[in-house]
Design a protein around this ligand. Sequence first.
Ligand SMILES: [Fe+2]
Ligand SMILES: [Fe+2]
Length: 166
Amino acid sequence: MLQDYSHVVAALIPLPVMDNAVDEGDVIMSVGDATLDDDHRRFFSLVRMFRDCPGGPIHELVTSSMLFILEQYVDGHFRREEGAMALVDFPGLAEHAALHAKFRDRIATITRQYRAGCLSAVDGLPALVEGWLKAHILIEDMKYTRWIRSDLVDRRHVAMLSIDSP
Ligand SMILES: [Fe+2]
Ligand SMILES: [Fe+2]
């Protein structure tokens, strides 16, 4: 069983945001709200951090921390989106929330396996997160862009959202 220092390391590792210079892909993937777009950029930053994570003794500590951050972002961002959709009575909310729940379960399973000592559980994680996210934003998140009202989007940090009661 790996020791879990993620709460310590999470406080030490800055989570970079992509450059403000928005590239073509960002424009195509914008959902029309700056906070939600920023969450999405941070997911992609996290994917790059997973890919860049070096081997060696620090590897497991860093990976464990990044899994903690990923879970926090998944939970907080999904709550932010679902809350914003609920406030405008978005008709596709239940279906969208079900897709979120399925992905959240996949990440939770991988995290559980990794922390139980199965280090290979994270081997395909960057590709999984990147692939799922791109498809989800382009197909599912885009469905709410005309409904969402930016003044109703909860702008608190995902860490605060993820500790809200369900
Ligand atoms: Fe999203
Ligand atoms: Fe979504």
